[in-house]
Design a binder for this molecule. Structure first.
Ligand SMILES: NC(=O)c1ccc[n+]([C@@H]2O[C@H](COP(=O)([O-])OP(=O)(O)OC[C@H]3O[C@@H](n4cnc5c(N)ncnc54)[C@H](OP(=O)(O)O)[C@@H]3O)[C@@H](O)[C@H]2O)c1
Length: 330
């Protein structure tokens, strides 16, 4: 297939607010060994895109400088050594960057088939959240059936996915969110108790409920000490972001006396092989949850690609619930 040489994309012209995202014309990416080129139908919008735009999350040196960590679409070119995919296959894929564009390139092992019964729009919302949640809750946090999970930001893209995956694993789930409406959304997804963090002492309430075996936290700052209090003995705190800062005063005595583990990870800088291993586990364990209706995409809103700035205003404001996507071409 002959692709056009240039494509529409949204670039970050300078670090700053949402309006630094501007349309541009750039070369269509070429696939290296083991890579595929995807004609993007939809691109997922994630909070790390907003951090990158603000200059607080630099892409790895070999990644596209364009934002966009996930997409769905059609394979239009296969690089040398690609064995799994052929031109015309419908996929959704984790990207090292470059999703806010008409074409994106990624390693073939980081692409997964569009789950049966899901639209391309929904499929675009899966890779970044499913990979992040599975690798942090299960591979790192060792969450098991019957254990208690506390998810902060329960109505975020990450939170709605974490609640459903944990429920599907047979865990008991608790959540925090910033309003009563959001707490109700968490309950509708199956959490036992959802606490409005603006007026409830979730740390005390979680400890009263027996303590969490795993906490998935994106807040950091003063939450770190409160998370330690909310953990059960042998509990695991898994840190995936620091919306309130990465520095805190913490009493580590409880880490020792109650055998706690503090860990965390970021997905993007991990090796190709590590992401391929996560992809394999997500396909084997999470895709069947989607097939049996235990995991659905909680969708907030859709914007055309050139309206990426509006999508960023939306994700950075407190109003959204679930995932935001950019429509590129279906
Ligand atoms: N480590 C990784 O690899 C990785 C990958 C993807 C995403 N992330 C991180 O995961 C987080 C969620 O990402 P997303 O794309 O799903 O973004 P998102 O939908 O914008 O989620 C951000 C969430 O943070 C919540 N929040 C803010 N302050 C809070 C507080 N004090 N207590 C409890 N919740 C609070 C917000 O809840 P309210 O609106 O209810 O206030 C909101 O739901 C982001 O911080 C992102 O950077 C990390």
């Amino acid at each position: 297939m002959t692709l056009s040489h240039s494509m529409l994309a949204m670039e970050i012209v300078a670090p700053g607010g949402p309006d630094v995202l501007k349309p541009c014309s750039v070369p269509v990416p070429m696939p290296a060994h083991g890579q595929i080129v995807i004609r993007v139908a939809y691109a997922g919008v994630n909070r790390p895109d907003a951090l990158q735009r603000a200059g607080a999350y630099a892409p790895p040196p070999d990644a596209s400088p364009l934002p966009g960590l996930e997409c769905s679409g059609t394979v239009v070119e296969c690089g040398p050594g690609v064995t799994r995919w052929k031109i015309g296959d419908k996929v959704c894929a984790l990207l090292p960057g470059g999703g806010y564009a008409e074409y994106a390139v990624t390693h073939e092992a980081h692409a997964l088939p569009v789950p049966e019964g899901l639209s391309l729009r929904e499929a675009a919302c899966l890779p970044e959240t499913c990979f992040t949640v599975w690798s942090n809750l299960v591979m790192r946090g060792k969450l098991k059936a019957g254990q208690k999970l506390l998810v902060h930001g329960g109505t975020s893209g990450i939170g709605t996915t974490a609640i459903q995956i944990a429920k599907a694993l047979g865990a008991r789930v608790f959540a925090t969110a910033g309003s009563e409406e959001k707490c109700q959304v968490c309950k509708d997804l199956g959490v036992e108790q959802a606490w409005n963090y603006r007026d409830r002492d979730w740390s005390h309430l979680m400890a009263q409920a027996g303590g969490a075996d795993v906490i998935l936290d994106m807040v950091g700052g003063a939450y770190i000490q409160r998370n330690i209090k909310a953990l059960a003995n042998d509990g695991r705190l898994v840190q995936i972001a620091f919306l309130q800062g990465a520095k805190a005063e913490v009493n580590f005595a409880e880490v020792m006396t109650r055998r706690l583990t503090i860990t965390g990870s970021t997905l993007r800088p991990q090796s190709e092989a590590a992401k391929a291993e996560i992809a394999a586990q997500v396909e084997a364990q999470v895709w069947p949850m989607i097939a049996r209706g235990a995991l659905r995409v909680v969708m907030d809103s859709e914007y055309p690609l050139p309206d990426a700035p509006q999508a960023h205003w939306r994700i950075e404001a407190p109003g959204h619930i679930g995932k935001i996507v950019l429509k590129v071409e279906e």
